[in-house]
Design a protein around this ligand. Structure first.
Ligand code: GFB
Length: 315
C-alpha cells in the first residue's frame, strides 16, 4: 500500500487486517520517497507487490490547496507517476488509484457523473491538485491501453474519519469544525467562526466506507473508466456546522467569515455506477460525525500537538 499512514491508508490497513491478509506491504516516508522513481523502482523490485492501493499524496483543505499549489501539483504528479510506472515494470497484477471529486469542472451539472471529466474549467482554489488527480486517471488508462495493465481509478467525495488532519490551517472542513467546537466547549467560548458564506454544498463519506469500497473495487471492478465513490447526499456547510455544533457544543453561536473562500458551490457525485456494481455506503453522516468526535476526544492531545506539515505532507 502506498500511503498507509494517511487518513485513507490507516482506514484501509484496518479493513485489510480484518481479513488477516498475509504480506501487507508498506513503507514509511523516511524509508521511501514516493516522488523518487529510482527509489520506488528499487522498492518494487525487492518487494514485488501483486496488488497496489495507491492512496498516497499531499492533501489538504481549501486553504492549503490555495496557498501551496506547487506542492500539491508536484508531489501528487510525481507520486502517481512513479508508483504506476513501477507497478507496470515489476508485474503488479492490479492497482487501484484514488483521485478526488475535485477533478470535475466548477460549473458541472449536479450530481456529477463520470462522463463530466474534462468538460469545463476547474475550481481555481484546487486546480493544481485537480490537474494532478486527473493526470493519475489518465496514467492508469494509458498503461492499460498501451501495456494491458489492470489499473483502475476511483474518485471519492470529501472524506472524514478517525486519524484525519485536525490542523486548522491545512485541514478539511469537518475536522476543522470538530476541533473548533471542541475547543469552544473546553474554553467556554460563545462563538465559532466558520469560513465563507456557509452556502456551499458538500458530500461527506466516512473513510471506513471508502476502505470498504476500495476492497470491493479491487475485487470486482476492472473498467478503464474511473468510478465515483460517495453517498449521493449533500449538506450545506451551514447545516454541517449546525450538526457538529449540536453534537459538540449546543450553546455556541455560528459566525461566518466571508473573507475566506467558499470554493466550489456544489460538489455532489452521481454514484449510480457504483450502486449498480453492488456497493453502497453504510455510515450516515450524523453517526459518522459522532464516532469521529468520540475518537477526537480520546486523541485530542496527541492530535492537536502534531505539527501541520507532518499531517499534510507526503504520506
Ligand atoms: O473541506 P474544505 O477545505 O475543502 O472546505 P473543499 C469545504 C467548505 O467548507 C468550503 C468551508 O466552502 C470552506 O470555506 N469551511 C468553513 C471550512 N469553515 C471551514 C474551516 O474551518 N476549515 C475548512 N477547511 N473549510 C477541497 C479541495 O475542497 O476538497 C481539495 O481543496 C480536495 O482539492 C478536497 O478535493 C476533498 O471541499 O472546498
Amino acid at each position: 500500500m502506498a500511503g498507509h499512514r494517511g487518513l485513507v491508508g490507516t482506514a484501509l490497513m484496518r479493513r485489510l487486517q480484518v481479513e488477516e491478509h498475509e504480506n501487507l506491504l508498506t513503507a514509511r516516508r523516511a524509508e521511501l520517497d514516493l516522488r523518487d522513481q529510482a527509489a520506488v523502482n528499487r522498492w518494487f523490485e525487492n518487494n514485488r507487490p501483486e496488488y497496489v492501493f495507491l492512496v498516497a499524496g499531499t492533501v489538504g483543505g481549501i486553504m492549503a490547496n490555495s496557498t501551496r499549489p506547487a506542492e500539491f501539483i508536484y508531489d501528487n504528479l510525481m507520486i502517481h507517476g512513479t508508483v504506476v510506472h513501477a507497478a507496470h515494470l515489476y508485474g503488479t497484477k492490479k492497482l487501484l488509484y484514488l483521485g478526488s471529486s475535485c477533478i470535475y469542472p466548477r460549473e458541472c451539472s449536479q450530481p456529477m457523473t463520470e462522463n463530466e471529466l474534462l468538460t469545463g474549467p476547474l475550481e481555481p482554489t484546487n486546480e493544481a491538485y485537480a490537474i494532478a488527480k486527473i493526470a493519475g486517471i489518465k496514467l492508469c488508462q494509458a498503461y492499460r491501453r498501451q501495456y494491458g495493465n489492470d489499473f483502475i481509478s476511483a474518485m471519492p467525495t470529501n472524506l472524514y474519519g478517525p486519524g484525519d488532519n485536525f490542523d486548522l490551517e491545512s485541514s478539511h472542513v469537518l475536522p476543522a469544525l470538530l476541533r473548533k467546537f471542541h475547543s469552544a466547549r473546553l474554553d467556554g467560548d460563545k462563538q465559532v467562526t466558520i469560513w465563507g458564506s456557509g452556502s456551499p454544498m458538500r458530500e461527506f463519506l466516512h473513510v471506513d466506507d471508502l476502505a470498504e469500497a476500495s476492497v470491493f473495487l479491487m475485487r470486482e471492478y476492472d473498467d478503464e473508466q474511473h468510478i465515483n465513490v460517495g453517498t449521493g447526499r449533500e449538506v450545506t456547510i451551514r447545516e454541517l456546522a449546525e450538526t457538529v455544533r449540536d453534537i459538540v457544543a449546543p450553546d455556541v453561536e455560528l459566525v461566518f467569515d466571508r473573507t475566506k473562500p467558499d470554493g466550489m458551490p456544489r460538489k455532489l457525485l452521481d454514484v449510480s455506477r457504483i450502486h449498480e456494481a453492488g456497493w453502497h455506503h453504510k455510515i450516515e453522516l450524523r453517526e459518522g460525525i459522532e464516532s469521529t468526535y468520540a475518537w477526537l476526544c480520546e486523541n485530542f492531545d496527541s492530535v492537536v500537538g502534531e505539527p501541520a506539515v507532518a499531517k499534510a505532507g507526503v504520506t
